[in-house]
Write a protein that binds this ligand. Sequence first.
Ligand code: GLN
Length: 527
Amino acid sequence: MTSKPHCSSSLSPFLSMNLVELARNIREQKVTSEEIVRKVFQNIDENEYNLHAYLAFWKDEAVEKARACDERIRLFREKNGTSEADNTALPPLLGVPVAIKDNLLYAGKPATCGSKMLENYIPPFAATCVEKLEEAGAVIIGKTNMDEFGMGVSTEHSYFGATSHPMDPKRVPGGSSGGSAAAVAANEALAALGTDTGGSVRQPAAFCGLYGLRPTYGSVSRHGLVAFASSMDQAGPITRSSIDAAVLYNIVTGADEKDQTSVLSPKIDLEVMENYRMEGKRIGIPKQLLAGEGKITISEEVANGLSVFRDFLRENGAVVEEVDMPVLSYAVPVYYILSSAEASSNLSRYDGIRYGFRAEGIEDLRELYTKTRSEGFGLEVKRRILLGNYVLSSEHFEDIYRKAEKARNLIRKAFDDAFERYDLLLSPTSPVTAPEKGEISDDPLTAYTSDLCTVPASLSGIPAISIPVKSCPALRPCAAGGNDEVSGNSPVLPIGIQLMGPRFGEQEILGAARFFEKHVKGGAEDA
Ligand code: GLN
C-alpha cells in the first residue's frame, strides 16, 4: 500500500524519472498513477491557456483509468505478494499518462487532424499503435494539436489555432507534431506519439529540446493513422529521454495484418543500448545537409551545436567525416512533389458525402464537392492538393512525378551505399532553432526548404532520431522544456542533432543517442 499521498511538489522525483523507472515505482506503489495523472492535469490547467498543445483532453476519464490501474496493482500484489509485483505480468507502462497526436485514431474521441473538415469526426476504432499503448497500460489523456493533416513545420496551420513554444510564447514549437512536443516539454504529458512524414516528429522534438524518433518505414503500423503521404507516414515517439523513446518504440512496433506495408522489426534491447560503445564507429556527415537556400541557411548556433557534437563523437573514438551525397540536393523538391501527389489522392475522400464536414446550401453534386472542399480545407492543404494534382496530371506525370520517383530511388541508393561505409549519418535536425510565429510558415518555399535535413530519411524509409543539445554555455543535453535563461536575456533555444541509420537500425541510433545522453550529462554537471 502507498503509505500516504504525496503533496504536489514531492512528486517531482517521480516526474523526472524515465518511463521505465516511473512505471516500476507505480507498480511498487511508491506513487499512484492517480497522483501522476492529476499532476499532469494540474500542469495542463496552469499552462494550456498559453500553450494550446491539446485539441482535446479528458481529465475525469483519465483519473478514472488511473484509479483502475492502481486498483489492478493492489489486487495483483495482494494475490502474488509484493516481491512478485515487479514481474512482467503487469503491463510495462501501467498507469503512465501519454498523449497522442490528433491524426492517430482513438475510439470515441475526436480526430480532427487540425482541420475543419474533420471537426466533428469521432472514429469508431483506434489506431493499432494507440491500441498497443493501451495494452501496455498507458493512460491516454488527450489528442495533441497539429498542422492541418500534418502539413507544416510550425503547428500554425491548425484550424483550431497555433501551439506556442513552451520556452517562449512568441515562437513556434515546430510541426506538424508541435502539440505533442509542447505537451511533453511542458510536462503536460510524460511522453507522446507524433507522426512523421517529412520530419514532423524530429523537427518539433528538436525545437522543444526532446528526443524524436522516426522509425523505419513499416515498423509501426499505419492502421488508424489518418493518411497524408502513405509511402512516408510513420508514427513515432516524442520523449524526454532516449530510453523513453526506445520503450515507446518497443511498444508500438510490430507487423499488423491491417497494414500490408507493416513488417516485424527487431525490438530494442535496452541493455545493449545502455552498453553502446562509440569507439571505432564510422559516422558520415552528408555535406548537402549543411547547405541551405534563401532565408534557410544553417544558423550559427546550429552549426556550433553540430561541431561540438562531432568533436564529442571523435573524442570518444568515432571516426567522423564529411560525405558527399550530391543527390540529396534534390530531396526537398522530390519530397514535396511525391508527398503532395499522395496527399491529393488521399484527401480526395473528403467530399462531403461519406464523413466529415459538408457545406450548406448546396444545389447540385458539383457544388457539394467544390463548396465542401473550399470551405473545409485550409490554405496550405489546398496548396498541396493543387500541387499534387498538377504533378499527377497527364501533361506533367512523366516529366515531374516520374522523375521525382526516379530521384527518390537514387536517394535511397545513395543511403544504401553510404551505410556500406558508415554506421551512422549525422546532420542537424533543422538548420535553425525555433523561429518566431510567422517567420517561416508565412512563406511556403521558406517553410519547405527548412525540411532539408529531415526529408531524406523519409524518402528512404530509414530510421532517424533527433537528439537535444545546447551549444551554449556548454554542450549538454537540453533539459526538457527547461527555462534556461542566459544572463536574463532570451532563453537558449534547444538544438536538435539528427542521427540516421540503415533500415531497422533503431538499435544503433538509439544506442548512440543514449551514449551521448549519458556521457554528456555527467560532463555538463561537472562543468
Ligand atoms: N514539413 C513537412 C510537410 O509539411 C513534414 C510534415 C510531416 O512530417 N507530417 O510536409
